[in-house]
Design a protein around this ligand. Structure first.
Ligand SMILES: Cc1cc2nc3c(=O)[nH]c(=O)nc-3n(C[C@H](O)[C@H](O)[C@H](O)COP(=O)(O)OP(=O)(O)OC[C@H]3O[C@@H](n4cnc5c(N)ncnc54)[C@H](O)[C@@H]3O)c2cc1C
Length: 548
């Protein structure tokens, strides 16, 4: 059997190596139009920031490695020009010599990846304007920085790659302005979590321009639709990627609703002898079972492995993704998995939302605050998605949530997880468990939550809300939500006669714990409709006051 793979980065090399592990009988060939193979694209921002010392550290393998270890022939600088499924042949061009030839395959795997989207604006091709997708892009940016020593940069787009570049260019002493078309940074997050990222950027002297559209680049000026001009010696366009599906389309393969190649759970395309994997395919979401396009290295490696397995006689099925992601920005770790609130609402779920603010471990052991936003289905308590920001322990919590959501956990299940505890690592009840308890209390035990944005909306609409700040008088004096009266928690029982038990009542403290204690008292004394403010005054201030 001759197996041919197109593309030799994450998915293509995973597929080929897996196929070889299953069989010694196949001839395995990879065509790659670039000269770099099997590199860590994810490490590129850190090379530009100086944390990764040598470009070679990101490209540790060459064709000789694959030949000697796996008996795989990788032809770099060879572009596949066309696929002929009826004849099971490929047209290939040797980019070094210009020679064109045809090769026959028995099985074919497309791992053609994705390419950066170049926005249709004037000046996008200028010498000081870059995109970052592959090692060549990275080396061009590096050479520009070394030769031109730019003092200022504009990064267009605030997805994780733009943000990682922001941190790394700043580390090199370049003054960065981030420009984002939406009214928030980090589009994958809900707005009430994105504010933490925006604040971290501003705290590190990054200029952040949201709701700002770039219309062109003129020399060292970036032009915005409202007429503003932003000075930038270096411009990086980081507005997303598109799946590379040209070959697949021309070969008549079915393209999915997301614009990426449609595959089944075995990574088979609409042609029985052609498989596809990595950033060129669409995946499906575990929660909704619907197609999604999330081009990530984690998934590219996994789907490559699955394609390689299935093409070589073994059988393993893809089980979908949650779109889990994590990045770091100026010491803040930001992670997300499953559906955001926006997505869950769009999908028609009746959502329960909680903002759980807890230390990652005891403060006496250096614990740092985690803000966990969790989204659950009110109908059955199933966890739909989670977003976390914090300086410590974010990675471990998100992975616990990923595991829980993958296996269909409900809010009440999280309390029962037997999570590891000792002071250097966590708290006796881990923040993950608290998250489940808060949601379970809200969904099943009448301890309802109100989100800051909902409370602000009620007040704006002139609805009568009995708003009780349960913190100490000095905390209240320092800052409180307008319209709130101050009844410290320990005085609530003696003040209860002064309150209207029939009014919509909202209790709050700094983060939610004392607010919940006050809520319990009022509910147990027969109050009609009592909500605890999700995430307390801290979350309210962060989001609602910022947005005012
Ligand atoms: C700056 C940056 C940071 C990232 N950070 C993360 C991260 O932290 N975590 C994460 O999970 N993911 C991250 N990613 C995403 C990750 O790098 C990609 O998901 C991954 O590289 C996809 O691998 P792939 O093999 O599917 O596609 P690609 O890496 O796009 O490789 C496809 C290859 O196919 C070749 N090809 C295409 N067409 C042809 C043709 N006709 N003939 C021959 N060859 C062809 C291309 O030249 C290319 O080399 C990051 C990406 C970037 C750019």
């Amino acid at each position: 059997m001759r197996l041919i793979v197109i593309g030799a980065v994450a998915a293509g090399t995973s597929a080929a190596a897996k196929a070889r592990r299953n069989t010694e009988d196949a001839e395995i060939v990879i065509y790659e139009k670039d000269q770099y193979i099997s590199y860590s694209g994810c490490g590129m921002p850190y090379f530009l920031g100086g944390e990764v010392a040598h470009a070679q550290d990101l490209t540790p393998r060459d064709p000789a490695f694959f030949k000697s270890k796996y008996n795989i022939d990788i032809y770099t600088r060879h572009e596949v020009l066309a696929i002929h499924p009826d004849r099971k042949t490929l047209d290939v061009k040797n980019l070094m010599t210009g020679e064109e030839f045809t090769n026959h395959y028995d099985k074919l795997i497309l791992a053609t990846g994705a390419r950066s989207i170049k926005p249709p604006i004037s000046g996008a091709d200028a010498d000081n304007v870059f995109m970052l997708r592959n090692i060549n892009d990275m080396l061009r940016i590096q050479a520009f920085i070394t030769d031109q020593s730019p003092q200022s940069a504009v990064i267009v787009g605030t997805g994780f790659i733009g943000l990682e570049l922001c941190e790394n260019l700043t580390a090199r002493g370049i003054r960065v302005t981030m420009i984002e078309k939406l009214d928030q940074v980090s589009p994958g997050l809900d707005p009430d979590m994105a504010v933490y990222v925006e604040q971290r950027l501003k705290a590190n002297k990054i200029e952040v321009l949201t709701s700002s559209e770039v219309t062109g680049i003129d020399g060292t000026e970036v032009l915005l639709s409202d007429g503003r001009k932003i000075g930038a010696e270096l411009v990086i366009l980081s507005v997303g990627v598109r799946p590379e599906v040209t070959l697949a389309m021309e070969a008549g393969l079915v393209i999915g609703v997301t614009g990426a190649i449609r595959v089944d759970t075995y990574m088979r395309t609409s042609d029985a002898d052609i498989y596809a994997c990595g950033d060129c395919i669409e995946q499906f979401n575990i929660v909704t079972n619907k197609p999604v396009y999330r081009p990530l290295g984690s998934t590219a490696n996994k789907t490559g492995h699955i394609a390689g397995d299935n093409v070589s006689g073994s059988s393993v099925e893809f089980r979908g993704i949650l779109g889990t992601g994590i990045y770091q920005i100026f010491g803040l770790a930001v992670a997300m998995t499953g559906l955001s609130e926006k997505e869950a609402v769009k999908e028609g779920y009746d959502v329960e939302i909680c903002h759980n603010i807890k230390p990652s471990k005891p403060e006496y052991m250096g614990g740092k605050e985690l803000v966990i936003k969790a989204i659950a289905d009110r109908k059955d308590g199933r966890i739909l998605g989670v977003q976390i920001v914090g300086e410590d322990g974010v990675d471990k919590r998100i992975d616990v949530f990923v595991t829980a959501i993958t296996f269909g956990a409900k809010a009440e299940d999280l309390f029962h997880l037997d999570l590891a505890y000792a002071p250097p690592f966590s708290t006796t009840k881990d923040p993950v468990m608290y998250t489940g308890m808060i949601l379970d209390n809200a969904i099943h035990k009448g301890r309802r939550l109100i989100r800051p944005v909902e409370l602000a909306g009620l007040m704006k609409a002139g609805r009568k809300v009995q708003l009780i700040d349960t913190r100490t008088a000095s905390q209240y004096r320092k800052s409180h939500i307008s319209d709130a009266g101050n009844i410290p928690h320990e005085k609530l029982r003696e003040s209860i006669e002064s309150l209207d038990s029939q009014a919509i009542t909202v209790t709050y403290c700094n983060k939610g714990v004392t607010g919940n204690a006050a809520q319990n008292i009022l509910i147990n004394r027969g109050f009609h409709e009592v909500y605890n403010l999700s995430g307390g005054n801290n979350t309210y201030e962060k989001y609602c006051e910022e947005k005012r």
